[in-house]
Design a binder for this molecule. Structure first.
Ligand code: PLP
Length: 410
């Protein structure tokens, strides 16, 4: 048995049935299931440690603070940031990007400036930038996608100019599984002194991320997509840049001194963390990161890539099935093992998803929060199967058999 499959035991939910059938959970790009150690860390902290963090003189508050700050160090080490000052806890990728769009916009953006996004972004990496552009009278420039599902890098290069303030790009597409050449994209932007935000929501769970090696300026990811709890995420920012950004929200924790005349702000990273943080969530996130680190991100990546290649091969053999994405071809930059999107000609994606559900197979259907990409593909939506470390070839076979059964019904 593959070493990853042995870890299914760690995820109690995978043992349950739906509609009297064994659950086949293939909606991991939306959220992953949680290992027992993460669920237990949450209850253990509420049962035994719970107290508000920072500034508490009492034992429990200090213990909770230690756990919370140790979690920041775990995150730092997980993405190889230089310092914990660069790790801001947020509610998730969406909040990380909104924080950046506000604070970066305040610090660096003026009328006539431009922000670059790509055609394959999730709405979370489009709308906050669109809102900033509206506030400031700026322009959103879009890197198109080519027919092989990769980004048009020639057009990207031509879009970089002296008005460009920031490049925002997803590391891995949540729809296509395309792994974008972010190192190259970052190097091109840096040649023009333009910083880059990488949306790592779909890469952090599948690929070992090293923000220093990538040389990105900002990196955002969500805890719940990497076996951690909902409601916790991370914004990494290069200290030199974060230092120049004003706070996003005002309140407790983010201040040094407050008077009615004037407030001074706290140091990094607390300046960006107004209010009581989800300290139980940050600790549980660290437990999740320790869990995947112990398995080895490279092992996880290798296993998931093999599984996704197998799924790609098997699905390709189904008549009338169209896959959106380049699979493991070198053209696509290789698949991270996160997502395969497809449709069956003549069957609506919603019908296919609903009928698969009745067979116990959980897939996602719809536009996957990437409406501009759907428009580019000329479709309304897809069925998306997305994989995690606990998925198996048997589950891929169940998906293929399920699709074939639905096709026969039609
Ligand atoms: N970016 C990408 C590429 C995603 O796939 C997602 C979620 O699916 C997000 C951003 C938003 O993540 P969250 O809803 O956890 O904030």
């Amino acid at each position: 048995m593959c070493p990853m499959q042995m870890n299914r035991e760690d995820f109690p939910i995978l043992g349950r049935e739906v509609y009297g059938r064994p659950l086949v959970y293939l909606d991991n790009a939306a959220t992953t299931q949680k290992p027992r150690c993460v669920v237990e860390a949450i209850s253990e902290e509420y049962y035994n440690v719970n107290a508000n963090v920072h500034r508490g003189v009492h034992f429990l508050s200090q213990q909770a603070t230690e756990l919370h700050e140790a979690s920041r160090e775990t995150v730092r080490s997980f993405i190889n940031a230089r310092s914990t000052s660069e790790i801001i806890f947020t509610r998730g990728t969406t909040e990380s990007i909104n924080l950046l769009a506000f604070s970066f916009g305040e610090a660096f953006c003026h009328e006539g400036d431009e922000i670059i996004v790509t055609e394959m972004e999730h709405h979370s990496n489009i709308v906050p930038w669109q809102m900033l552009c509206q506030r400031r009278g700026m322009k959103l420039r879009v890197v198109p996608m080519l027919d092989d599902y990769t980004l048009d890098l020639a057009t990207y290069r031509s879009l970089l100019n002296e008005r460009t303030r920031l490049v925002c790009v997803t590391h891995v597409s949540n729809v296509l599984g395309t792994v974008n050449p972010v190192r190259e994209i970052i190097a091109e932007a840096h040649a023009h002194d333009i910083p880059v935000l990488v949306d790592g929501a779909q890469s952090a769970p599948h690929i070992a991320v090293d923000v220093q090696q990538l040389d990105c300026d900002f990196f955002a990811f969500s805890g719940h997509k990497i076996y951690g709890p909902t409601g916790v995420g991370v914004l990494y920012g290069r200290e030199r840049l974060l230092d120049q950004l004003p706070p996003y929200q005002g309140g407790g924790e983010m201040i040094r001194n407050v008077s009615f005349e004037r407030t001074t702000y706290n140091d990094l990273p607390y300046r960006f963390e107004a209010g009581t943080p989800d300290y139980v969530g940050t600790h549980a996130l660290a437990v999740a990161l320790d869990y995947v680190t112990a398995l080895g991100m490279d092992h996880i990546h290798a296993y998931e890539s093999q599984l996704a290649s197998y799924a790609y091969e098997q699905l390709s053999q189904i008549e009338n099935l169209v896959i959106y994405g380049g699979g493991n071809s070198s053209l696509s930059g290789g698949m991270a093992g996160s997502a395969i999107s497809f449709n069956i000609r003549g069957i609506h994606h919603l019908d296919l998803g609903t009928l698969l559900d009745r067979l116990g197979i959980a897939v996602r259907t719809g536009h996957h929060c990437a409406e501009p990409l759907m428009r580019r593909l000329g479709i309304e939506g897809t069925v998306r199967a997305s994989f995690a470390l606990y998925n198996t070839r048997d589950e891929v076979d169940a998906l293929v058999a399920g699709i074939q059964r639905v096709v026969r019904m039609f």
